[in-house]
Write a protein that binds this ligand. Sequence first.
Ligand code: SAM
Ligand code: SF4
Length: 341
Amino acid sequence: MSNSTGSIPNDQHLSLNDPLKLVDQYQRHKTKLRISLTDRCNFRCLYCMPEHPVWLNKKEILTFAQLYKFCRVMVQLGITHIRLTGGEPLMRQGVVEFIQHLQQLRALGLQRISMTSNAFYLAPLAHALKQAGLDDLNISLDSLDADHFLHMTHKALQPVLAGISAALEANIALKLNCVLLKGENDQEILNLVHWAYLQQIPLRFIEYMPLDAPQHWQREKVVDEDDIIALVSQHYHVEKQQRQHDPATIYLLNQHYPLGIISTISKPFCLSCNRLRLTANGEFLSCLFSNQGGSLSDLLREPDEQALIQTILSSVWHKPAGYIAHQAAPQRKITMHNIGG
Ligand code: SAM
Ligand code: SF4
C-alpha cells in the first residue's frame, strides 16, 4: 500500500483479506481504536470540559448496533485493540452488554478490550465488567486530596477510590492517568507516585494538551516530562526504557515499578502514532489534533459496507502528520470530552 504520490489506495486494495489496510501516507499502521460511547460526563475536569458544555442530542448518538458494525469492520481491517471512552463511558447504559458483544470480534482478530473511566460509577460494575470480558482499565486520578480533587473535577474523591479498590478485587488490570496542571496539582506529583508505587498500580502522568475549551490552554500550565523526572529522580532510582508504540515513555523506578509519561507537548510522538478515534456521534478522527473528522453516521446505517470501508481507508490514508507539524490547538468546536482522549 506504499504510495509515493500520496494518493488514496484504489479499489483493488480494499479487500477485507488484505492484512495491511489501515495505513496512512506516512506509513503509520493503525492497530488501536478509541470509541467514545457518550460525550456526557458527571465530572468537570479543569483541563477537559468547557465551563458550559453543550451535550449532543441523544438522537445523534450512535446506537450500539452501529458501534458494533463499525468495530467489526475496523477489526476486519486490522484493528487489534479497542478502547471504550467518553465523556464518561460508564454513564452509557448497556456498556456491559456491549463489551460482551464485542467478544465475538476476538475470532476476527481483536486482542484487547479496554476502557478509560473516571471510576465514579465503577464500584458496583467492576465484577460485571470483568465477567463481560474487559481486559484492562485506565482510571483518571488527578489528586489524592479530597478538597483538591473536588476543585479539579467538581466531584468527590471517595467513590473513585472505592472504584479503584473494586477493580483490584475484580482482578481487572489497572493503570492510573493523571493530567498535571502547573499551579493546580503539580505539588502532588510525589504523593501520587508514592501512593501508586505502594499499591503497585502503574501511573502515567499526561502533559496537558490544547484540546479543552478554545483559547483556554496555556503552554505555561504544562508540566514537562523532564521536570517530572527530575523531581522523581530525587526519591527513586530511575531508568528510562526504550520507547515502544505506546504513547507513554516508561521509566522504571527502583528497577521494577513502571512510571509512564505521555509527553505530547514537550516530546510529540506523532511519528509512531497507531491510533484512530470515533466520537459518540460518528465523527471519525484520524488524529486527535485533526481540524475535522468525517461523519460515518449515515454510512453506518447503510447495509452495503463498501462506501463505509472506502471512506475509512481514505480518511486513514490522509491522516495528517499530527501535533508535531503545527504545535498548536486545532481550529474546531469539539473538545476532549467529545473525543475521548
Ligand atoms: N471520563 C474518562 C476519564 O476521565 O478517564 C474518559 C474520557 S477522558 C476525555 C480520557 C482521558 O483524557 C483522561 O485520561 C483525561 O485525563 C484525558 N484528558 C482530558 N482532557 C485532557 C487534556 N486537555 N490534555 C490531556 N489529557 C486530557
Ligand atoms: Fe469527564 Fe473524563 Fe473529561 Fe474529566 S477528563 S471531564 S472525567 S471526560
